[in-house]
Design a protein around this ligand. Structure first.
Ligand code: ARG
Length: 414
């Protein structure tokens, strides 16, 4: 019996060529799988294309709600920014793509899964590792990693195999989902070149953004963004709204040098309006309601969480354990944050919460403060105790050195 492979299919040139190549080189039936992660593609068009190229079956999986609930919201609670900048939009989508591929493969009785990732990036690692953790009996095939064809060779192969090749709309390599848009290649490969304006689709350039600032009030419920300007919204609607609103103010462009898992440094450009604004607001409300100790420790956990997700270890038990810690910190993260957006910038201008630890009576410099300033004296006495003792000992050491400390003498004699 002919074996079957489930292929993650975007409808682009790479994965279209993959269909034929798997049929030809591996002698397999190909079932294609396309996830809707909010990437704004024409999913009917992709399905039609899959059939046209000759896939045995095609699945369109609406995974938006699952993506938000199980991947994006944990990332919000974790303030997840890889290397302090990247909200992990592509990285969060990959393990879910792998999960759905495995599910379809199992449904179809397939012996393998396949994807169109190259051997130079992080995405291959994220998909391979997740598939193998979920079902070690499935073979993972990555044709692009094996065939070593240039883009022109791919086009020739496609024409030879009767695959219709659409003229490429863009010189960029783009991956997008509801949490953001990753833009690579073309002129962006020179890290010293400003991204041309045609690289961006979700954000207007700050120069063209409205001349009046916009305000956005985000309400959080136990760490989850749940309200916009006082109105309750479910996550998909909320993230879509914030993407559009922040994008229209030119907010959410990210340009940084990133360390890929495979050792390559790359110049990465992203548009993540909702992610940038929501994480900034979430961090701010946390500073209002969490203690210094919680914030301090959580920052370490956040860094580790982002690293595990970036590096493809979504199913690593440590990530799950860190998620439990993070969730435990979110019970008081309820309240609202008001942001001002203006020509590419977004900043917090107000916040409030029933769980605020900020106490105006304590903080105020006015006479009415309930903070007893005299108690600071005893605190300072004890706070500096060890530093004081150590400083005293240091000055004794210095004195000994100047008066001919034995070690100093011995060195001089050499
Ligand atoms: N550097 C980002 C990441 O590793 C984005 C990758 C974009 N992938 C793509 N196929 N264009 O998550």
């Amino acid at each position: 019996m002919r074996r079957t492979v489930a292929l993650a299919f975007s409808g682009g040139l790479d994965t279209s060529v993959c269909v034929k190549w798997l049929q030809e080189k591996y002698d397999m039936d190909v079932v294609t799988v396309t996830l809707d992660l909010g990437q704004r593609d024409d999913l009917h068009e992709i399905e039609k294309r899959s059939k046209l190229i000759g896939a045995k079956n095609h699945y369109t999986v609406d995974a938006k709600a699952e993506f938000l609930k199980d991947y994006v919201l944990p990332a919000v609670k974790a303030n997840a920014l890889y290397e302090g900048k990247y909200p992990l939009s592509t990285a969060l989508g990959r393990p879910l793509i792998a999960k759905k591929l495995v599910e379809v493969a199992e449904m179809e009785g397939a012996t393998a899964v396949a994807h169109g990732c190259t051997g130079k990036g992080n995405d291959q690692v994220r998909i391979d590792v997740t598939v193998r953790a979920m079902n070690p009996s499935l073979q993972v095939i990555a044709p692009v990693r094996e065939w070593n064809m240039s883009r022109d060779e791919e086009i020739i192969y496609a024409q030879k195999m009767g695959i219709p090749v659409k003229p490429s709309k863009s010189i960029y390599s783009v991956d997008q989902n509801i949490w953001g848009r990753s833009i690579e290649s073309g002129p962006l490969e020179n890290p010293d070149t400003e991204p041309p304006s045609d690289a961006f689709e979700w954000t207007s350039s700050p120069e063209d953004a409205p001349d009046e600032p916009g305000y956005l009030e985000l309400g959080f419920q136990e760490g989850v963004p749940a309200k916009v300007n006082g109105r309750s919204m479910e996550p998909l609607k909320l993230v879509t709204y914030v993407n559009d609103f922040a994008g229209s103010h030119g907010v959410g462009r990210i340009d940084h040098i990133e360390d890929r898992l495979v050792g390559i440094k790359s110049r990465e450009v992203y548009e993540c309006p909702a992610a940038s604004v929501i994480i900034e607001a979430h961090k701010d409300i946390e500073k209002l309601v969490l203690t210094r100790h919680e914030l301090d420790f959580k920052a370490h956990v956040e860094r580790e969480w982002a690293w595990l997700v970036y590096s493809g270890l979504w199913l690593e038990p440590l990530r799950l354990a860190l998620d439990r810690f993070i969730s435990a910190t979110q019970h008081r993260v309820t309240g609202s944050v008001r942001m001002k957006l203006f020509k590419g910038s977004a900043w917090v201008v107000g916040r409030s919460s029933d769980y605020s630890i900020y106490n105006v009576d304590l903080a105020t410099y006015s006479r009415s403060s309930t903070f007893d300033q005299k108690s600071a004296v005893g605190f300072i006495e004890l706070w500096g105790l060890q530093s004081r003792v150590a400083a005293g000992l240091n000055s004794q050491v210095e004195e000994k050195k100047e008066n001919g400390h034995p070690r100093t003498k011995a060195k001089k004699a050499q």
